[in-house]
Design a protein around this ligand. Sequence first.
Ligand SMILES: Nc1ncnc2c1ncn2[C@@H]1O[C@H](COP(=O)(O)OP(=O)(O)OP(=O)(O)O)[C@@H](O)[C@H]1O
Length: 506
Amino acid sequence: MRVTALPTPLPTAWIAAKQPQRGSPVTTTSEQRSVLIVDDEHDIRELLVLTLGRMGLRTDTAPTLTAARELLGSGSYELCLTDMRLPDGSGLELVAEITTRFPRTPVAVITAYGNVEAAVEALKAGAFDFVSKPVDIHMLRGLVRQALDLNTRPAPSASEEPAGRLFGESDAMVDLRRTVAKVARSQAPVHISGESGTGKELVARTIHGQSARAAGPFVPVNCGAIPNELMESEFFGHRKGSFTGAHADKPGLFQTADGGTLFLDEVAELPLSMQVKLLRAIQEKTIRPVGASIEVPVDVRILSATHKDLAQLVDLGSFRHDLYYRINVIGLHVPPLRERTGDLKLLSTGILQRLAQAMRRPTPVLAPAALAALEEYPFPGNVRELENILERALALAEGDLIQPDDLHLPRGQRPGVHLALGAANRGDTAPGQSPGGMQAASTPDPRTLSPYDTASTALPSYIEEIERAAIQQALQENRYNKTKTAAALGITFRALRYKLKKLGID
Ligand SMILES: Nc1ncnc2c1ncn2[C@@H]1O[C@H](COP(=O)(O)OP(=O)(O)OP(=O)(O)O)[C@@H](O)[C@H]1O
């Protein structure tokens, strides 16, 4: 069915309280872009036709699955908006059919208010996004723009990707990149699991960078690093005077990420009280700043990650099942580096290239023996540890060939930090090896320094090197997870970050 005339008056019942705004046309080509609208309710079809028409789009409408199939057989569409419940079947069937037959046509579903299950099912089936009834026109316009943007945006070049490229040609990495490209075309929440340092944040950045939200902000937040009492205000913002110290209105992370992606790193660290509030914000797509009386709509895609087993935490009762269900619509796993040693060559070359470029020097080459040594090493800190090792090797290597000795790979059992400090004082570790089993040759071994040296900086540098050894040791033992490292050292995350910067670590 083709609708040619626009209906008047508007069926206002379907317009949510949040005031609709006039849409700017999205047509960028001389030809009008077409959208297929599938809904058995006449009023909704009319509302959608009018709204999309004002955006400069051409629309076809169908009241049933059968009619939609007929239109799909004869026309081509840049977007399909479908109701979930249709007289002759489910909108999910259409999602499955279109994603298989026309993978470049995004499908958004219209769900009944509060029907989270339907929304999650549709996203899992490959839907681009969902809108719930009553349809919020402002949100609908945003969704349509983003969906249409998918096929017009040029693919980002490697240099445009802020954190570099996801290197690796192992089956696991090839698979991961393929899935990343697929999920980037949807708005579904994605949960990324994997050990510390495997590249979870890089995966999240890549999803964002390839998505229709790429021009919007990517806001990473370490959920374990925000003090409990500040959490609500950090996430949702606050109004001036809402608590002691709130001297001015402050936007929260959700507002900062509006139009883009909010990456909840270490999501397992969220306290239960915050989990409830977060679930509400994700479900309702609105937030209420601390001290505010009204809710504010936010358009944010949620990506999350943890190195912990979230499903197990749900079983143990420390992570809410409903939040888990909502953020884990699509699950991605990044395997540890030791399970893809075949990637080491490409990863090392890519990382060395990036580091050398930043240092404005020629890219060194890894000697075959050095690569073999890397392949033998288990990398408890995964790619982040490899980066650290290569960065140090780059500083130490004479000439442009990195030899095994330049890598200073840790050997043997690593004792705890307290032992490391004790050993530093006793000097009972092997020569050339740090108390932690790893010593950056660029940093002097604390045991070779003396607080009584005549140089004026002797005591400060003695203390600094002991501090450096302890922090490096703790970082290794906590697999380069900074939150855990800070806890192990008995300092705050902020203090650790300051020290890392001051000491030039990482
Ligand atoms: N496949 C890869 N290709 C290139 N660089 C990578 C790859 N994987 C990880 N890295 C790099 O390794 C470092 C660690 O990655 P990232 O911070 O994404 O890990 P993570 O799993 O989020 O760590 P954590 O759990 O500690 O937060 C980053 O500098 C990242 O750019």
